[in-house]
Design a protein around this ligand. Structure first.
Ligand SMILES: *Cc1c(COP(=O)(O)O)cnc(C)c1O
Length: 392
């Protein structure tokens, strides 16, 4: 599963992801320049006389730390333009407010982040924007629900926490045919494993809090798309006040430099852990798209460049077994969030899916006893040793 499968060989004119993550969008170096781009922690910048041109202000997303990391993110996703916002939720809200007006209709996958779910069903509903939730794994499910007012389709893939992979190809065919925007929350994959624009998405959203920054120390979000669309998102960002501080942007730029090695390592370790877990009697089921036993292994092999660092384990003994297991862990940390250097574990019944009943969760493949793992950068043997002693 190498990138070479989906892309022409990298050249200096078309650098690969690893190179873009370090150099993409920066100015050519001159003697005396710092190798690390400086943090410009200034809200306002000196203005030229007699013109409104070149007015720089942090909330306008046009200060030096913002512009550089935005150019870089656009290159990583293969988009014309990108905008960094102050959280993943800020990114999702502004990305969709730039597309939808009262009276419009949004079709969304039913498997979406909890905050996104509430944004759609509570906030958007109160603004007169109708949202229909659809099962993305039921054939033709989106097509059957398109109506005259539909403006966009929203999906998140891979899906939390079962790591199901949605085949975007038929959906992008539908959005092109119907003139809709296809919006993809690609947080779980990162541009190392998947670039949705290459297979027909119009807009990509990330919680940059996760893989893009990757160090559990910055809250940020990103939106990528065409330049004219990003200009619209910028208007929302400015007016709803969703712009990050230069220091968060500087840290994001620093985190991005190691994106490729971090994600490759997480891919490898997650595959090893998933394979190990599949052979354990204490584990009822392992959800990892890299395993042949996963329902979407074929789609994942076709559209992803890597199977990712996220997996979930269903313990044989249910909720009680999960509690015993978590209490014994020494290296793996019990905490929410994902995509960083530390390996984290959480129970969806107390985090992302806490609002559902035990029976409702079981119906969508998350029975009590399910643990979600975000595999970090520790040695995979050490991680397996920790998981193994906690299972016993
Ligand atoms: C975390 C997350 C979000 C929200 O991002 P924040 O940075 O916490 O606002 C949105 N979508 C997905 C898939 C996430 O994992």
């Amino acid at each position: 599963m190498s990138r070479a499968k989906s892309k022409a060989p990298a050249t200096l004119a078309r650098p690969s992801i690893a190179t873009l993550a370090i150099h993409g969008g920066r100015e050519a170096h001159r003697p005396g320049d710092p190798v690390v781009e400086p943090l410009v922690q200034s809200v306002n910048h000196v203005q030229a006389l007699g013109t409104e041109e070149g007015l720089k202000y942090t909330r306008y997303g046009n200060t030096p730390n913002a512009e550089r990391v935005q150019r870089r993110l656009a290159l990583l996703e293969g988009a014309e333009a990108a905008l960094v916002l102050s959280s993943g939720m800020g990114a999702t809200a502004c990305a969709l407010l730039a597309l939808l007006r009262p009276g419009d209709h949004l079709l969304s996958s039913m498997y979406i982040y909890g905050g996104t779910h509430r944004l759609f069903l509570e906030e958007f509903a109160s603004m007169g924007i109708e949202v229909t939730l659809v099962d993305p794994f039921e054939p033709r499910s989106f097509r059957k629900r398109v109506k005259k007012e539909t403006r966009a389709i929203f999906v998140e893939s891979p899906v939390n926490p079962t790591c199901r992979v949605i085949d975007l190809r038929p959906i992008s065919y539908l959005t092109k045919e119907e003139g809709l925007a296809l919006v993809v929350d690609s947080t779980f994959a990162s541009p190392v494993n998947f670039r949705p624009i290459e297979i027909g998405a119009d807009v990509v959203i990330h919680s940059a809090t996760k893989y893009l920054n990757g160090h559990h120390d910055v809250l940020a979000g990103a939106v990528m798309g065409s330049q004219s669309y990003i200009d619209e998102v910028l208007q929302k960002e400015m007016l709803w006040g969703q712009t990050p501080d230069p220091f968060a942007l500087w840290l994001l730029e620093r985190g991005l430099k190691t994106l490729d090695v971090r994600v490759q390592r997480a891919n490898e370790s997650a595959m090893r852990i998933a394979t190990w877990a599949e052979g354990r009697k204490e584990v009822e089921k392992v959800h990892y798209p890299g395993l042949e036993s996963h329902e979407d292994h074929k789609v994942a092999s076709e559209i992803l460049d890597g199977f990712g660092g996220m997996l979930s384990l269903e313990l044989t003994g249910g909720g009680k077994a999960a509690e015993r297991f978590l209490r014994k862990l020494r290296l793996v940390t019990h905490a929410p969030s994902l995509g960083g250097v530390d390996t984290l574990v959480c129970e969806p019944r107390y985090t992302s899916h806490a609002k559902m009943t035990s029976a409702e969760r079981a119906l969508i493949g998350i029975p009590d006893g399910t643990l979600r793992l975000s595999v970090g950068l520790e040695d995979a043997d050490d991680l397996i040793a920790d998981l193994e002693q906690a299972l016993k």
